[in-house]
Design a protein around this ligand. Structure first.
Ligand code: PRP
Length: 216
């Protein structure tokens, strides 16, 4: 049978997902020795792993060229949901936060605030929920720079350890939402390959709930 094709977000989530596959007993040698290759076989040919940038994981799954994907909730919130979210994998935990310069009163005054972010949709939704009119400026990375150089009053960004904020004299004003890695599925694949997908989800679920219990 054709392998299940899984799109993995390159980098931190890739490493954690490989650890999860190995705990489930699937051989991940091809990923460890991948070099510049982007399509790798995992297990005894049960899975084919595709390495992609976070937003592209969603694109590949939505278009049905990948059956499954592993991607952060941050990317899901920003990019839409024409797929099934099957499982919270319990790793890649961090938070979206509104942050600004230390001691700065972000909410002071009546003028519209300017907020820099890599996540304009998440940011707009957050402030719409507060009935607050803000100007959102899209930044591609190192968003922490924006309030320091005077481009924005604040930022909406991912905070994991908080050390990037501290190092740049910024502080959290408010947390927006929790984030972690999710297993997603193409809607047609979920019907056509139900048994294999359910089998994998059950195994992953058993392992991730064991880990959560042992951490608590
Ligand atoms: C993310 C995020 C923060 C940092 C937060 O950036 O945008 O800058 O990590 O982590 P911390 O709270 O543990 O310091 P990333 O490393 O993905 O780089 P980028 O800003 O260039 O996208």
């Amino acid at each position: 049978m054709k392998p299940l094709r899984i799109a993995l977000t390159k980098g931190r989530l890739e490493k954690k997902t490989v650890e999860l596959f190995e705990k489930l007993g699937y051989n991940c040698d091809e990923i460890h020795n991948k070099g510049r290759r982007l399509i790798l076989s995992v297990g005894d040919g049960q899975f084919e792993v595709v390495l992609a940038k976070a937003a592209d994981v969603i694109t590949y799954v939505e278009h049905g060229v990948c059956d499954l994907g592993v991607v952060g909730k941050d990317t899901i919130l920003e990019n839409g949901t024409s797929f099934y979210e099957l499982l919270d994998l319990g790793f890649g935990k961090c938070r979206f936060a509104l942050a600004c310069r230390k001691g700065h009163d972000f909410y002071h005054g009546y003028g519209a605030k300017t907020v820099a972010t890599k996540y304009p949709n998440v940011t707009r939704a957050f402030f719409e929920g507060k009935n607050m009119d803000v100007r959102v400026i899209k930044i591609e990375g190192s968003v922490e720079l924006a309030p320091l150089v005077g481009l924005a009053d604040g930022i909406v960004d991912i905070v994991e350890t908080g050390s990037t904020l501290v190092a740049n004299n910024l502080e959290v004003k408010e947390y927006v939402t929790n984030i972690s890695a999710r297993l997603i599925a193409n809607t047609a694949s979920l019907k056509l390959r139900k048994r294999e997908i359910e089998d994998l989800v059950n195994k992953m679920e058993a392992l991730t709930s064991d880990d959560n219990n042992s951490n608590s």
